[in-house]
Ligand binder design. Structure first.
Ligand code: ZN
Length: 121
């Protein structure tokens, strides 16, 4: 399970993104984009994240995970399509020389930080 390592990286990046003079803030939400080929199980990642953020400024932050499809391009005929199954040959010419355009992403798209006192109720 490599999700814990990923969760720790996300936490490190999110913590670094809090400006030092921001005052009493907390991270409310982290928006992630994860490609299907990144082999990350969103539920596992959320679980590891929740465990790892305990007693940190990120405690309670929501991980919003957007899964990106695998898009391939054929080097022979230039066709582009979304791969849904295990078949890694061109849908157009059946060639096997493919370039993966997207699907390996593991990007932090944005981090939402709020002042703590905005949420006192
Ligand atoms: Zn092709």
């Amino acid at each position: 399970m490599h999700e814990m390592g990923i969760a720790l990286q996300i936490i490190e990046i999110a913590t670094d993104s809090i400006p030092p003079d921001a005052g009493d803030v907390r991270v409310e939400k982290i928006n992630l984009k994860i490609g299907k080929l990144a082999a990350v199980v969103p539920d596992s990642l959320r679980f590891c994240f929740d465990v790892a953020v305990k007693d940190s400024p990120l405690e309670g932050a929501i991980l919003f995970i957007q899964t990106l499809p695998v898009v391939a391009r054929c080097r022979d005929c230039d066709a582009q399509w979304t791969i849904n199954g295990p078949a890694f040959t061109c849908e157009n010419c059946s060639g096997g020389s493919l370039e993966i355009l997207s699907g390996r992403e593991l990007d932090i798209e944005s981090i939402e930080i709020v002042q703590k006192d905005e949420h006192v109720s």
